[in-house]
Write a protein that binds this ligand. Sequence first.
Ligand SMILES: [Zn+2]
Ligand SMILES: [Zn+2]
Length: 250
Amino acid sequence: MAREVHLPRAMRLHVSSLSQGLLELLYPPACLACARVLPARAFFCEACDTAVERVPPNCCRTCAEPGTFPSSKCPRCHLHRPPFARAWAPFAHEGPVARVIHRFKYEDHPELAQPLGEQLAHEARSFLHRAPELLVALPLHARRFRERRYDQTQLLAGALAKATGRRAPMGLLSRARETQRQVGLSEAERALNVAEAFTASPAVAGQSLLLIDDVLTTGATARAAATALRDAGARQVEVLTVARAFSLTT
Ligand SMILES: [Zn+2]
Ligand SMILES: [Zn+2]
């Protein structure tokens, strides 16, 4: 609040801990997936926590598709080399993680960006250790932004940037045209749907970038976005998502 600016430092701290207390009262600690109220702040309740599935260590070295592959490369990456150096996610897109992503994206819960960003920072810490410093959110189309009133991926990238001391500037990547939702489309249809859907700012030239999204499925969207960034002169692109849908396994 603007009034806080004029208060002495000690009082400001007092006011800020008071508002923290009010926040706790208004938003008591709750499980991110099932919204059950918790005795202390945690990401998930006990039941959801035990149901969380992680991306297994045996996976494609480039795109994290689970499985054991010759030279650690899945058939998809082997056939068409991705425009990104590596893509990874800590979680499988299943159970409680799929639930929290759905709440964040479609059920008007922009406040989930902060805990999700913190959780991603924690779970992906070894990936982040040697990942690019500059974060770029996979952009939402203007029409969806109007419907949803928030851009969940930009909020997530902002929260991750805050948790890791990185930067997530806006405007580096934008949607050039509207695309259909990828859900329910075949792999070829997905690739066609997002081909040339993005344009990147000339400011990305010579930069290494970490592309942020919520879920990676076939990687068609990440490929299209990374291609736009590379075409605009980005030196290297890596991809980090909260969850990975396993698309080659049945
Ligand atoms: Zn729960
Ligand atoms: Zn792969």
